[in-house]
Each structure stands twice: as structure tokens, then as C-alpha cells.
Design a protein around this ligand. Structure first.
Ligand SMILES: CCCCCCCCCCCCC/C=C/C(=O)SCCNC(=O)CCNC(=O)[C@H](O)C(C)(C)COP(=O)(O)OP(=O)(O)OC[C@H]1O[C@@H](n2cnc3c(N)ncnc32)[C@H](O)[C@@H]1OP(=O)(O)O
Ligand SMILES: Cc1cc2nc3c(=O)[nH]c(=O)nc-3n(C[C@H](O)[C@H](O)[C@H](O)COP(=O)(O)OP(=O)(O)OC[C@H]3O[C@@H](n4cnc5c(N)ncnc54)[C@H](O)[C@@H]3O)c2cc1C
Length: 570
């Protein structure tokens, strides 16, 4: 049962448990969305309960003041700049929303808490008294969703509307918290993990399918004089654009499984009021949401450009994938902010690990003290997972430790902590990305080792894993060369192995995208259909454009007079 976005539950996502995390059983029962939907809005499918929060949660200005005399919270948004902007489905559809607001009891602020607020009448859908809500207007994509704005003026809600599984306001105004303050943010952790598969990895898989299928249909120029024009996927540069994206799609699919396992474990423990896993879960969900969305957005962009002019056509399906995935770098926590959250965790864990204290499993590697050199002797050594995984581990440790040292130096030389932190943020972001990249490579290697498929499939998965890892070293060479862990000569070996892999994976590229198993309808692309009938489909779909169904209206008004010499030649 979900208090959030009922339509998404049909996808079997973790969303079904988003709000029970925060809502007590009593509240969960009284705000069951299916019945809320049925009772309140005549069963209208679009009725939703939506969440309204801001970026800098501590700085939220909307307040919820407890009025002990009426047992209500009074909600106020003080200024137009404090107005909530963006929540999906809130502009025109939602009857209720979950508003995050600063809780005040007897004049004391207890921080940000979630409250269910009815925003529209259940009779005629007009805004409730004190509610100013509407649609935010045109966007880059998501035109089908009525993202909204919301301002509250002295809106009163019953005390029971505070989501109170972990924090509670009793009738006499006593505030009780069970567990950590951060548990109120758990909805975000849950959503960050839930959206990675469908909103981020899936668009990259679709883009790879379209671009790779198109690249074996499209012929352009000649590889060998005298032969027919070559399929563009046979050009090494085209392989270098697309095949690393394909490898990344698989890598992220596997890391998504890892995140879900971790989440399920953490979720169980949290239900038992053990919050120990929360910081690691927050750090990993933030870092991976940011790293994967950034990587996949750039991957979709590469796929689009790799299709040349046809990629730019909406009929390719690629522009809408791009404008959609781009938003995932912003919503549910803007990526830089999230990477800095991961970095904050890493710096703390690094300090603890170096002091011999226990740290969560994903960061035990930070205790390693081995400033070694890469032992690879020839290019084949770089196909050894131990060699490249260790290179990633080394790079992550170096970036984290050098940034921790810089932070420490700045503080020791008199800078205030927040100023020192700001001076280090570019490197902190780099360190957080390196950590996530390392975990992704390590997880890919471990997944391939555990695969129980046939040898042939294991083999191709190993190639993809090698490609993902070597692509990362090849395209971030500076990080690995910086302290001489990998030498210039070894970087040449990396390049050689990397380029060899492109040729090897080229042979299986089409089956590897077919394995994603998208239907033609699902892809909705004239370039990417299974049968490869690109040009016929482009032509047919272009015929359907309204502009091809009527004579140009400009003809009568402008072209005809011009062509019939009725306008001045000047
Ligand atoms: C298949 C299903 C798919 C489902 C998805 C469908 C998608 C449909 C299409 C897309 C729809 C888009 C929907 C979009 C929704 C939204 O965008 S909702 C709005 C999201 N908003 C945010 O994410 C806000 C981002 N801001 C924050 O998360 C926080 O404010 C912050 C920036 C991280 C806080 O920073 P800071 O000021 O440093 O922290 P404090 O508030 O003081 O917190 C201090 C400590 O708390 C730790 N912490 C922060 N967050 C969490 C957390 N979530 N969990 C656990 N711990 C957390 C933080 O690290 C600090 O810890 P210490 O270092 O120990 O002090
Ligand atoms: C398609 C879409 C759907 C959305 N849906 C919802 C929804 O359903 N519900 C909802 O509540 N919200 C929703 N949002 C809003 C979204 O959560 C926010 O836009 C997002 O969290 C970023 O916040 P912001 O817009 O305030 O950006 P800002 O925080 O203003 O970011 C702007 C820039 O400032 C930088 N910056 C900000 N703070 C710092 C810092 N401390 N350190 C360093 N750099 C910083 C950022 O890195 C960024 O470069 C949606 C947004 C989009 C695009």
C-alpha cells in the first residue's frame, strides 16, 4: 500500500513502501491511497498524493506550527521564493500532497517533517482554502505530467496528518522521536534507488539498441576501395562511441541489483528500528544516482549523435530519451549535491579507517596502505580483473586521501571548516565519482564470476566487463597516471587492449542489444526496429506528419504572389 503516486506501484517498484517508512500503521491505514482515490475522487485514476520538498531541506521555509488548542498544524509558506515548484501531478490533478515543513511546537523548531495536506476539494476539485496551486508551465519533457507549484496560507490540518512512524507529536505537544533525525529523509533514499533502473538505465539501453541496430543498417563511405559501402558500426570510431555505452548499460544493470540488495537489507533493519545501515545506504544511493544518471545521460547523447542527422529527428526516438534522462541528473537531488553527500561519508570513513576504527563494508578498502605500482607487463595483463580493479581502487584511495589531506591542511592553517570544505568540493566530487566507479567495476567482475550461464555467455560478459573497466581508464587517463601508478607505457597497453575489445564485441553487439528485449512499440523508433527497415519506416512515419497532409498555408499568402509576380521584386 502506498501513500505516494499510486500509478507507479503497478511497476512493482520499491515505492509501495516509501511512505509506510514514515507513516505509522494507524496513519497508513487511514490514508490508504486506493481507498483515498476511490472515496475522495470517485475512483479517478489520476488522483495522487504527492510530495513537496526543496533542495536544501534544512532551509525549508514552509512551517507547520502545532496549535494545541485545536490539535491541528497550521501550515504557511512565507514568501513567493519559498513556494514549492515542480512536484509531479500536483499542478492540476492531485487532491492531497505530502508537504515537508519545519515543525514548530510551543515556538521551538524541531526540523523538517512530512505532513499530508489536502489541496483540492473532493467535490469540485477547486483549491482548498489557503491553497495556491497550479501548473508550472512548459518544460523540456514530461509534458504529460502536470508538475505544479504550491503555496500554503494558514492551512490547517489535523495532528494525525503528520507522518509519524518515527517522530510523533502527542496531544499535549510532547515531541517524541524514535531513532535518527535522518529517517525523515528515507523516502528520498528509497526513490533514488527506485528510479535508477527505469528512469536512467532503461533509457540508455533503449538508446544503445536504437543506435547499434541503426549502425548495422546504415552504410556510409568505403572501408576498402572497390568494396560496397561499409556498415558504420565497422568503423573503429563508431565502435568506440557505442560499445562502451553498451558495456556501461550492463555494468549499471548489475550495480542496480547490488543497490537493491543493500536497500532490502537496510529496509528490514530500519523496520526493526536499527538505523546502522542508513549512512552507507544514503552515501551509496546518492553517489550511484548521481554517477549513473550523469554517465547514462552522456551515453544517450553519444548514441544520438552517433546516428548522424537521423538521430536528431524525433522519429529516431532519441531526442525524447535524451530530454527525459537529462532531468534525472536534477530531480531527486541534483547530482553535485548528491556526490558531495557521498564525499562527506567517504572523508569520515577514511579518517575512521586510518585510525583503525570499523567502517561499513563498501569502504573497508580505505584502510589499505599500499602505495604500489601497477604490475602489468603487457597488454594482456590488462584483461585481468585483478589488475584493473586494483587500479580503480588505487585511484579512489588516492583521490579520497589527497582531498582529506588538503581539507586537513586548510583547517590547520586557520580556515574555517565550511570554507575549507568549499575549497575542496571539486576534488571531493571527483573522489566520490572514483569511489562509485571502483565499486561498479568490482561488482561487475564479481557478477561475471558468479554467472551460471553457458561458457559463451560468460565469455562475452567478461569482454563487456573488461571493456567497461578499460574504457574508464582510457578516458580518465590523468587520474591513473597522476602518481605514476600506471606509467605512460602501461597506458599504451591499456589503449591496445581496449581497442582490441572493440573489434571483439562488435561481433556480438546486435545480440547484446536484442537481449534487452525491447519491443518495437516500446522503442518507438524508426531507426531501431528489430527488422532493420529503417528507411521504409522513416518514410512512412514522415508521411504522417500533419504538414504532409495539407498544402502549405504559406502558399496562398506568400509563395503564390511571389511566384505569380504580384509582389514587388524589391
Ligand atoms: C520504477 C519506479 C520509479 C520510481 C520513480 C519514478 C520516477 C518518475 C519520473 C521522475 C519523477 C521525478 C520525481 C522527482 C522528485 C523530486 O525531485 S522530489 C525532491 C527531491 N529533493 C531532494 O532530493 C533534495 C535534495 N536535498 C537533500 O537530500 C538534503 O537536503 C541534503 C542536500 C542531502 C542535505 O544536506 P545537508 O544540509 O548537509 O544535510 P542535513 O539536512 O543537515 O543532514 C545532515 C546529515 O544527514 C545526512 N543525510 C542527508 N540526507 C540523508 C538521507 N536521505 N538519508 C540518510 N542520511 C541523510 C547527511 O549526510 C548528514 O549526515 P552527517 O554527515 O552524519 O551529519
Ligand atoms: C522533471 C523534474 C521533476 C521534479 N519533480 C519533483 C517532485 O515531484 N517533487 C519535488 O519536490 N521536486 C521535484 N523536482 C524538483 C527537484 O527536486 C529540484 O529541482 C532538484 O532537487 C534541484 O534543486 P534546485 O532546482 O533547487 O536546484 P539548485 O539547488 O538551485 O541547484 C542549482 C545549482 O546550484 C548548485 N548548488 C546548490 N547547492 C549547492 C551546494 N550546497 N554546494 C554546491 N553546489 C550547490 C547545484 O549543484 C546546481 O548546479 C523536479 C524537478 C524536475 C526537473
Amino acid at each position: 500500500m502506498a501513500l505516494l503516486d499510486t500509478t507507479k506501484d503497478t511497476q512493482g517498484s520499491g515505492l509501495a513502501r516509501v511512505n509506510p517508512d514514515l507513516a505509522s500503521e494507524r496513519l497508513t491505514a487511514s490514508f490508504c491511497v486506493p481507498s483515498l482515490t476511490a472515496v475522495l475522487d470517485g475512483g479517478a485514476e489520476r488522483t495522487r498524493v504527492r510530495r513537496a520538498v526543496g533542495t536544501y531541506l534544512q532551509g525549508l521555509e514552509t512551517t507547520a506550527v502545532f496549535d494545541i488548542s485545536t490539535q491541528e498544524f497550521i501550515l504557511n509558506t512565507p514568501t513567493i521564493s519559498a513556494m514549492k515548484w515542480w512536484p509531479g501531478d500536483m499542478g492540476r490533478s492531485a487532491t492531497h500532497t505530502v508537504v515537508f515543513a519545519q515543525l514548530y511546537i510551543h515556538g521551538k523548531c524541531y526540523g523538517v517533517h512530512p505532513f499530508i495536506v489536502q489541496i483540492r476539494s473532493l467535490q469540485d476539485h477547486s483549491p482548498c482554502p489557503g491553497v495556491i496551486a497550479g501548473d508550472i508551465g512548459p518544460k523540456m519533457n514530461f509534458e504529460h505530467i502536470d508538475n505544479g507549484y504550491l503555496m500554503l496560507k494558514n492551512v490547517r490540518i489535523p495532528r494525525e496528518n503528520m507522518l509519524n512512524k518515527f517522530c510523533e507529536v502527542q496531544p499535549d505537544g510532547t515531541y517524541i522521536r524514535h531513532g535518527s533525525q535522518q529517517i525523515n529523509y528515507f523516502t528520498m533514499t528509497s526513490l533514488r534507488i527506485s528510479l535508477i533502473a527505469d528512469e536512467v538505465i532503461l533509457p540508455l539501453m533503449k538508446a544503445c539498441t536504437i543506435a547499434i541496430r541503426y549502425s548495422v543498417v546504415r552504410r556510409q563511405s568505403k572501408l576498402k576501395p572497390g568494396e560496397e559501402e561499409a556498415k558504420i558500426l565497422d568503423y573503429q570510431t563508431q565502435q568506440e562511441k557505442l560499445l562502451p555505452q553498451l558495456a556501461a548499460a550492463y555494468a549499471f544493470h548489475f550495480i542496480n541489483n547490488y543497490l537493491h540488495e543493500l536497500f532490502n537489507k537496510g529496509y528490514k533493519e530500519i523496520q526493526g528500528r536499527n538505523f546502522a545501515l542508513l549512512p552507507e545506504l544514503h552515501a551509496l544511493s546518492s553517489g550511484f544516482k548521481a554517477m549513473i544518471s550523469q554517465y547514462c545521460t552522456s551515453g544517450v547523447d553519444i548514441c544520438l549523435r552517433a546516428c548522424g542527422g537521423h538521430g536528431y529527428s524525433l522519429l529516431s526516438g532519441l531526442p525524447s530519451l535524451y530530454t527525459k534522462i537529462l532531468a534525472s541528473c536534477i530531480y531527486e537531488g541534483e547530482n553535485t549535491i548528491l556526490l558531495l553527500q557521498t564525499a562527506r561519508f567517504l572523508i569520515k570513513c577514511f579518517t575512521a579507517a586510518r585510525a583503525g576504527q570499523p567502517v561499513p563494508p563498501s569502504v573497508t578498502y580505505l584502510a589499505a596502505m599500499k602505495p604500489r605500482k601497477c604490475p602489468a607487463k603487457d597488454k594482456l595483463d590488462f584483461l585481468s580483473p585483478d589488475i584493473y580493479t586494483e587500479a580503480y581502487q588505487h585511484a579512489a584511495i588516492r583521490l579520497i586521501s589527497s582531498t582529506a589531506a588538503k581539507l586537513q591542511d586548510l583547517i590547520q592553517s586557520g580556515a574555517e571548516r565550511h570554507e575549507a570544505w568549499n575549497q575542496c568540493t571539486v576534488q571531493l566530487v571527483q573522489a566520490a565519482k572514483a569511489h562509485c566507479h571502483y565499486i561498479t567495476v568490482k561488482n561487475f567482475v564479481e557478477t561475471v564470476e558468479k554467472l551460471e550461464n553457458t561458457a559463451g555467455i560468460q565469455n562475452i560478459m567478461k569482454h563487456l566487463c573488461d571493456l567497461f573497466a578499460l574504457h574508464g581508464i582510457f578516458s580518465n587517463a590523468g587520474i591513473f597516471l597522476h602518481d605514476g601508478y600506471i606509467t605512460g607505457a602501461q597506458m599504451d597497453m591499456v589503449t591496445a587492449s581496449y581497442l582490441d575489445l572493440l573489434g571483439i564485441i562488435r561481433k556480438d553487439a546486435v545480440p547484446l542489444v536484442d537481449a534487452f528485449d525491447f519491443t518495437d512499440k516500446n522503442l518507438n523508433s524508426a531507426l531501431g526496429s528489430y527488422d532493420g527497415q529503417v528507411y521504409q519506416r522513416l518514410y512512412e512515419w514522415a508521411q504522417k506528419a500533419p504538414t504532409n497532409k495539407q498544402i502549405s498555408p504559406a502558399y496562398e499568402k506568400y509563395l503564390k504572389p511571389l511566384l505569380h509576380n504580384k509582389l514587388s521584386k524589391l
